[in-house]
Design a protein around this ligand. Structure first.
Ligand code: ADP
Ligand code: ASP
Ligand code: MG
Length: 453
């Protein structure tokens, strides 16, 4: 295919609710058929499946409990199979996948080995893509169920692998490009493979990232993220009914929103889009006629306030040492220890003798790690305080640091609330407030009212 022809390619990604059952898959199939530019389809696991797989991978369970979870997964997939016009075409492959899934789930080492966990998790996307390719074939789309692991090359960091962009580009050119004109590749989000060919995963919600990576590798013009909302909203519509969809967003705004908790996009999604200037669309597969949000390089507007996000499960660490008064190297010493323990710091504030920072703490994973090793080392030269049950509320916008009255408006709106930490000024696109998790929804609503209603 020539570069010119490739300019029209669209990569479409369908999230878990969009491929939850046969009816949802049929809506997606129509969307694909209506846009001949769609040559690559990336799917998530059917809604609920990855959560069940994560339970099996991370929780010590009896064989009976594991079998119960497997039965739930099988029921989800089986109901789609039985709704197919010609289930026989894929039933053997589906049962093979269910069987290898069951072997892994019942493996004695499953909760201890990250490589086995990723192999287990990959089954969700592998089953949904198999079934969805058949749904497309039934409406005469020339669909091929394609194993993304042959293209989506990563390092060996199981659970949160880093993609190898050059290898992805080369493999996509070899294996996908030659038949892109005549085939709709139906492939898996979220999973990849390392140099040894072992299955890896990109982290929860990673299918958006897969779609953007494939769009970049294939030099696609657009990447569509089809989900359960009609675009990116001013804030999570589950927090307030006053949230409204945004017609357009810039790459930077979308990246900020995703980083600071807007689950609608995986945080890394915008990186490939930015590098390759690929327009990203977000819309609802249930209501495609309602349109959605276009995420582009240059937006028509650059409002000071674009959206409010919330990132849950934050922990705040305060490190204090009176001994370091007027001394140099305190921050370096603290952050060397943090880096050594592979903890990723988000927000930081400092004073002469102390530094406070926040870390993501999903399912208390970080608090555990902090307690075990890092705290001991930090405690050798300073007092350490760890506080959890915080959420981070972020106002995302443009030129916030140079706009008069921004902080006034924001702080007036949340005057009743206790703000544990404030970060403002390092980046023109955001202002972040750390608040108790019990208050975060109220803080989001108050800010939304003051800034958007
Ligand atoms: P999918 O399974 O399709 O990937 P996700 O559940 O990952 O879907 O993302 C969609 C959800 O993201 C929405 O249902 C919504 O609750 C949540 N969300 C959070 N912030 C926003 C936002 N600013 N705009 C739209 N949706 C948001
Ligand atoms: N199925 C994976 C998850 O639930 C990836 C995704 O849906 O994006 O996290
Ligand atoms: Mg998602």
């Amino acid at each position: 295919m020539s570069d010119k022809e490739l300019n029209g390619v669209n990569v479409a990604k369908f999230g878990g609710t969009s491929v939850a059952n046969f009816a949802a898959m049929s809506n997606c199939a129509k969307i694909i058929k209506n846009n001949p530019a769609t040559r690559v389809v990336v799917v998530s696991a059917s809604a609920g499946v990855t959560n069940l797989l994560v339970d099996i991978a991370n929780t010590a369970m009896s064989k009976e409990q594991i079998k119960q979870k497997l039965a739930e997964i099988e029921a989800i997939q089986h109901s789609i199979l039985t709704d197919l016009g010609s289930p026989a075409d894929v039933s053997d492959k589906l049962y093979q996948l269910l069987s290898s899934l069951s072997d892994l789930a019942l493996h004695e080492e499953i909760i201890h080995r990250a490589d086995l966990k990723d192999a287990l998790l990959s089954h969700g996307e592998r089953m949904s893509s198999l079934l969805f390719s058949q749904v497309l074939k039934q409406i005469d789309v020339n669909a091929e169920n394609f194993d993304v692991r042959n293209v989506l090359k990563t390092d060996s960091q199981f659970g949160k692998a880093t993609p190898n962009l050059a290898a992805i580009k080369a493999a996509a050119a070899n294996l996908m490009l030659p038949s892109l004109e005549n085939t709709v590749f139906v492939t898996q989000g979220f999973i990849g493979s390392d140099e040894q060919g072992e299955t890896t995963t990109l982290g929860r919600g990673g299918s958006d990232f897969t779609a953007a990576l494939l769009a970049e590798a294939l030099e696609a013009q657009t990447c569509e993220i089809w989900t359960d909302v009609i675009g990116v909203y001013t804030t999570d519509p589950r927090i307030t009914a006053a949230a409204r969809p945004l017609p357009e967003l810039s790459f930077e705004e979308a990246a900020e929103m995703a980083t600071f908790g807007a689950k609608v996009l995986h945080p890394a999604t915008m990186e490939p889009a930015l590098r390759q200037n690929i327009k990203v669309f977000v819309g609802s597969s249930r209501e495609p006629e309602k349109g959605g949000t276009w995420i582009v390089k240059d937006c028509e507007t650059q409002p000071a306030y674009r959206a409010i996000t919330r990132r849950k499960e934050q922990v705040m660490v305060t490190v204090k040492t009176p001994k370091m008064m007027y001394a140099q190297g305190f921050l370096q010493r603290v952050f060397t220890i943090i880096a050594k323990h592979k903890l990723s710091v988000d927000l930081v504030t400092t004073s002469e003798i102390s530094v406070a920072f926040t870390l993501d703490n999903p399912a208390n994973s970080v608090t555990e790690q902090l307690n075990k090793a890092t705290l001991d080392e930090l405690s050798e030269f300073c007092d350490v305080k760890v506080e959890d049950n915080y959420d981070l509320v972020t106002v995302v916008g443009n030129n916030m640091h140079s706009e008069a009255g921004v902080s006034n408006r924001i702080f007036n709106a949340v005057a009743e609330h206790n703000l544990r930490m404030i970060c403002y000024g390092a980046n023109p696109h955001n202002l972040s407030l750390l608040v108790k998790d019990s208050a975060s929804a109220e803080v989001v609503c108050a800010l939304h009212k003051a800034l958007f209603e």
